[in-house]
Design a protein around this ligand. Structure first.
Ligand SMILES: Cc1cc2nc3c(=O)[nH]c(=O)nc-3n(C[C@H](O)[C@H](O)[C@H](O)COP(=O)(O)OP(=O)(O)OC[C@H]3O[C@@H](n4cnc5c(N)ncnc54)[C@H](O)[C@@H]3O)c2cc1C
Length: 339
């Protein structure tokens, strides 16, 4: 029985390694458009205060995974799933190919989500969702520093990722202005008291925090950029980073006729409406309507699915208890996070 896994993030790699551990003779193939290796996505938001990040962020090279008995097809962008032929179509270096499966697991992760009013400005925005994104931001930073200037960043969104990135850039010596539409930071995860502590920590790092700042657009100002709000323009930024949420990658599943809602819909066995196709990680919307977009429950899903696919359990997947934690330099919440 061949198992094909789409995606080399935490979900895909953990599943692949565990599936082989549980059954060393299994035929497991991992297909991914990544080329740098399996990297730590959470480390992206601390990608400025460390010079060695581009090597330290790689948890395992694809060669090392390959030697573990796993077939890794790196640099292959999947373009479609043919459910009747049980194949996945991909493009590698401009050439099309196809690979077959008995069982397919979708772990394509999520994209950065840009709210509709800001979509027309997408070309002006940086996001921090992949290693490629981090590299692009680091190149821009080096370019500005090369001119003897201190970079000044506008970060749109004071949620978990916006706050983490703001703190890391500030700690690295850059000027940062954080724009947040709501009256307090990380309002989805923190109670008001902790939001206030977070704001105080960011201010102490030298970050300008603008709350209730409804950003409506951006403008190019020569080499720099301006942030347009309802009734004010804030100017002089070297780059704008959008940290405005995430969007599960559902397009391939939807085009293949699988049921999707916010994410790819799966039942309590992480199975889609196709008997042979499963989904997990950021892309999957679980039976309880939740998308578990944190490493702890995703690892838990992957360990469970490996056991299930190897026939070592038939009990459904139960979400574990977990609590996320913001990696903001100098900040500790006094109360539990909400999920
Ligand atoms: C900046 C940042 C900081 C974070 N910090 C934390 C944290 O501190 N704690 C925490 O719990 N969570 C954190 N998260 C969330 C966590 O990283 C994600 O929930 C987790 O990495 C998702 O794993 P995944 O395997 O589902 O998806 P991903 O890691 O996104 O992997 C998706 C994979 O699918 C591949 N892929 C997608 N489409 C295709 C295609 N068409 N063809 C081929 N390959 C494809 C991609 O190349 C990638 O390899 C953070 C996320 C970000 C962005």
């Amino acid at each position: 029985m061949s198992l094909l896994i789409l995606g080399s993030g935490m979900a895909g790699v953990t599943l692949a390694e565990e599936a082989l551990k549980g059954n060393p003779s299994a035929l497991v193939t991992l297909i991914t458009e990544d080329t740098d290796g399996y990297y730590s996505r959470p480390m992206l938001s601390h990608g400025f205060s460390r010079d060695d990040i581009e090597s330290k962020i790689i948890l395992k090279s694809f060669d090392a995974l390959h030697h573990g008995g796993l077939k890794v097809m790196a640099g292959c962008k999947v373009k479609g799933i043919d459910r009747s032929k049980k194949t996945v179509r991909y493009v590698e270096n401009g050439l099309e190919g196809a690979v077959g499966f008995d069982r397919l697991v979708l772990a394509p992760g999520s994209d950065a989500s840009i709210p509709p009013p800001l979509k027309p400005f997408e070309d002006l925005l940086y996001v921090i969702n992949s290693l490629q994104d981090l590299k692009a931001l680091r190149r821009r930073r080096t370019e500005i520093q090369g001119r003897g200037q201190q970079p000044h960043w506008a970060i749109i969104g004071g949620g978990l990722i916006g706050s983490e990135v703001a703190s890391d850039l500030a700690r690295s010596g850059d000027a940062v202005t954080l724009f947040h539409a709501l009256p307090r930071l990380m309002e989805r995860q923190l109670i008001e008291e902790d939001s206030n502590t977070l704001k105080a920590v960011l201010l102490s790092l030298g970050i300008q925090v603008q709350l209730e700042a409804q950003v409506t657009g951006f403008e190019r100002q020569g080499e720099q950029f301006g942030v347009q709000m309802d009734n004010a323009l804030s100017s002089g930024f070297d780059g704008i980073i959008a940290a405005t949420g995430f969007k599960p990658r559902t397009q391939l599943a939807e085009a293949a006729g699988l049921e999707v809602n916010r994410g790819i819909l799966v039942n309590s066995w992480l199975k889609t409406n196709d008997e042979t196709i499963y989904a997990l990680g950021d892309a999957a919307e679980c039976a309880d309507g939740q998308i578990y977009a944190y490493v702890m429950p995703i690892r838990h899903q992957a360990l469970w699915l490996a056991k299930y696919l190897n026939g070592h359990t038939d009990a459904p997947w139960e979400p574990p208890a977990f609590s996320p934690r913001a990696k903001v330099h100098g900040f500790t919440a006094a109360h539990a996070y909400r999920i």
